[in-house]
Design a binder for this molecule. Sequence first.
Ligand code: HEC
Ligand code: HEC
Length: 276
Amino acid sequence: MFRRWCMGCVALVLLGTGARAADDRNPLAGDAKAAKAGEYQFRINCALCHGLGAHGGGRGPDLTRAVKKHTHSDADMFQVISNGIAGTAMPANGTNGQGVGMTDVEIWQIITYIRSQEVKAPAQPVGNAAHGKALFYGDANCSLCHMVEGKGGRLGPDLTAVGGSRTREALIDSVRNPSQRLAWGLTEATKEFPQEYESVTVVTADGKEIKGVTLNEDSFSVQIMDSSEQIHLLEKNKLLSFQKSRQSAMPKYGVDILSDKDLEDIVAYLISVGAK
Ligand code: HEC
Ligand code: HEC
């Protein structure tokens, strides 16, 4: 009896506070004034990741593509903008990642704006994905440190979804200039700032040097993955030395090592996987 009552209460709470589309269709669809207001909202809350003009940026996909991955209808989009996408960097409305909390009307304005920016023609595919895959697991050595669809190394971030969540340009940039913008680890909602893949070198009390990337860190401890994928949890006050660096653990791939064409092929491969 109690349990049934409680389940009802949970359902009520979910209905009451769960952000869900009040309507299935955008009440402001096609309204030019709403699009303008939405552009303003977008700039404050979304452009950091999705770029100005919604063309995509270092942290989020191009939203001007008519065919999207998670969202088809306006109602889907309302849901995604309200609740975020679990397991990705896409934050829920009003959480740390996404600036100030928006009202339902403001969310519809943003959707109106995004729709006004959509380009109908699909982008021309560039690069040869099959060749890119061969390079990724072969000569280019990417799979030494990165996993795609469960295969590969773990020192760097899993790249299965990266092709769907970042632009072509941003991917190319990550390979040509890894240190310019370090990748984020999985964002935890409780963290004010997402953990980045910083490089770290420590010397333990018994004089052993460990080099790797930080997985997690707080004031007292740090979790490190070393280059042979061993994970170490260390207490900071017991270390002889602790040095972090924003120099990426990923080697910089210049054109002498990886030609523009080969890089296009690898990016085409990542985009083909990310679109699934
Ligand atoms: C901290 C970075 C970040 C912020 C801020 C952010 N997003 Fe996202 N968003 C993402 C990422 C990353 C994805 C892709 C998730 C995936 O598929 O891996 C995404 C996905 C989306 C999608 C789904 C796209 C598709 O293909 O279906 C929509 C729509 C979207 N975001 C809208 C917004 C709007 C509107 C805002 C501002 C109110 C916003 N986002 C703020 C990172 C962000
Ligand atoms: C020696 C290990 C290593 C190798 C080899 C390596 N990477 Fe990385 N990669 C990393 C690490 C560590 C990061 C996280 C730090 C950073 O962003 O630079 C990273 C980050 C990235 C990112 C950014 C991911 C994000 O979420 O923003 C991309 C894209 C990437 N690597 C692609 C590649 C490709 C493509 C290759 C092969 C051409 C490659 N990497 C080879 C270690 C490596």
